[in-house]
Write a protein that binds this ligand. Sequence first.
Ligand SMILES: NCc1[nH]cc(CCC(=O)O)c1CC(=O)O
Length: 309
Amino acid sequence: MQTKPFRIGTRGSPLALAQAHETRTRLMAAHGLPEEMFEIVVLSTTGDRITDRSLSEIGGKGLFTQELEEQLQSGELDIAVHSSKDMPTKLPEGLHIAAYLPREDFRDAFIGRTASTLTALPDGAIVGTASLRRQALIRRLRPDIQLTIFRGSVGTRLRKLDEGQVDATLLAYAGLKRLSMEDVVTELLDPTDFPPAPAQGAICVESRIGDPRTDALIAPINDIPTYDAVSCERAFLAALDGSCRTPIGGFAICDGENLKFSGLILTPDGRREHAIEVEGKRADAEALGLRAGEAVRAAAGTDFFDSWN
Ligand SMILES: NCc1[nH]cc(CCC(=O)O)c1CC(=O)O
């Protein structure tokens, strides 16, 4: 029996900490180990330090994971816990996603101050969100709405809403639930007309490739339906060179041995879009996502993608 505590890396935001604690709780339960066997190591990332600009401006998703990944590679951490939707599609050399925890509800939540639903917002209302996907989806439904960039932690965003800086904001329902703040939600958006970000609502565990001690520890907490669904969604994103600059939505649902994926790409103004649905075996989850991404890319044509830049 080894005695050195197992080191779990996380960012320091309340949501990140909740996710790291959930991972530790599941590891303790799966192995019957005491809390002292797991040390939660909190790191500040570049993405956490820069809160006044949108992610796409400052360089994308990698900014939330880089510091954690460096410490994984050097062996200072055994695993890093992340929101899967913040993970770049390509991981650094030697690292992989070893497990996904059972997925939380992947829908986007609308939190309205002057109206309780997106469609009921007054003409010209102001909505705060930094997500290009949410901006494009809002423009698609409500071109009259004014958008303003909203970053920072969930708590910061809700405070700005309370102060009256905006009429409404949108957040992942999963994050609010993990923070026990779901009471603020005034509407849950239907994923068929407001698709979530690929991988939304799923916590992932990143580790070193070829680390048998860690693999053995992590394997029992992996949720296979989540693994399959999120692998499909991330493959869709990868096929489209998905980054923070590209409004892309999509979600996969497992049904027995099968999996159904719905994807959507749109222009930032929400005026043009291409949707796709594919269905197949869960065993082919990644190939299905890739195929969907390639099909939608071909259907959209290059001028569609040029309009993103
Ligand atoms: N980009 C920030 C981020 N990354 C993951 C979540 C929510 C939790 C999740 O999707 O698992 C959020 C906040 C939000 O979109 O409201």
